[in-house]
Design a protein around this ligand. Structure first.
Ligand SMILES: [Zn+2]
Ligand SMILES: [Zn+2]
Length: 239
């Protein structure tokens, strides 16, 4: 970003530019919408979402928005591996580690389900960007932290190819995503008693993630969390 020299070959963004990224700091303790304090937002206070909490690394702003837009066209976007590693470190800080048991923190989900895309969108794009992030995240957990994380990509399907979410208001989005997902009941794998994380590139209102979370809870999962690279701000989500 600054065109300066990098310290290691694994880097793509230098340390100084990493510290300048739009990190998500104070946010709603449940849906992660940016706030001025760490509290519950009015939406979560009036109706608790189906998921336990959302963990996002960044606010959906420049240059993160641009990197994510490029990821939708090119699965090999250079910055994505480093951003996923930064997300992984943030995720791990939110859960109990095996070395030092911290009782107040929940245990790490054992499964990650990348946000499914409708088959028509997969056919257009050729890949699911959340799947790419999921694979990178799982590799990072395993090689950097000896922590296994199973990526489960074929158990959930997106059954409706809804209109571009940005074009809809909040109520319309909630309606359009309500029955957008199905879970493969014939699968050998059962979600019963599992702790699951849904992985998405960007969480916009949380309505899509919440719709999938409630399906996964209905399928018997114990807890569902949401993980995403970026979270849009309050203004974006209420438009
Ligand atoms: Zn730099
Ligand atoms: Zn909230």
């Amino acid at each position: 970003m600054c065109r300066g020299a990098l310290e290691t070959v694994n880097q793509c963004i230098c340390d100084a530019c990493v510290s300048e990224l739009p990190w998500l700091e104070d946010c709603c303790q449940q849906c992660a919408v940016p706030l001025t304090t760490d509290a519950l937002c009015p939406d979560c206070q009036s109706k608790a979402p189906a998921y336990r909490r959302c963990i996002s690394a960044f606010i959906y702003q420049a240059p993160i928005d641009n990197i994510i837009l490029r990821l939708k066209k090119d699965p090999y976007v250079a910055e994505i591996k480093q951003l996923t590693a930064l997300l992984a470190e943030r995720i791990l800080r939110c859960y109990q580690s095996t070395e030092q048991k911290q009782e107040q923190k929940p245990s790490l989900p054992e499964l990650v389900i990348p946000m499914p895309l409708h088959w028509r969108k997969i056919a257009q794009r050729g890949f699911n960007q959340s799947q790419i992030i999921g694979n990178l995240l799982s590799n990072y957990f395993l090689y950097e932290h000896k922590t296994p994380l199973k990526v489960l990509s074929d158990i959930c399907q997106r059954t409706s190819n809804s209109q571009a979410q940005q074009a809809l208001d909040k109520k319309q989005r909630a309606r359009s995503v309500k029955d957008a997902f199905s879970i493969d009941a014939g699968s050998d794998f059962s979600l019963k008693g599992k702790t699951v994380a849904i992985l998405d590139d960007v969480v916009t209102t949380g309505a899509t993630a919440n719709a999938l979370a409630s399906k996964i809870v209905d399928a018997g999962a114990d807890q569902v969390d949401i993980w995403s690279l970026a979270r849009t701000s309050w203004n974006n989500s209420s438009q």
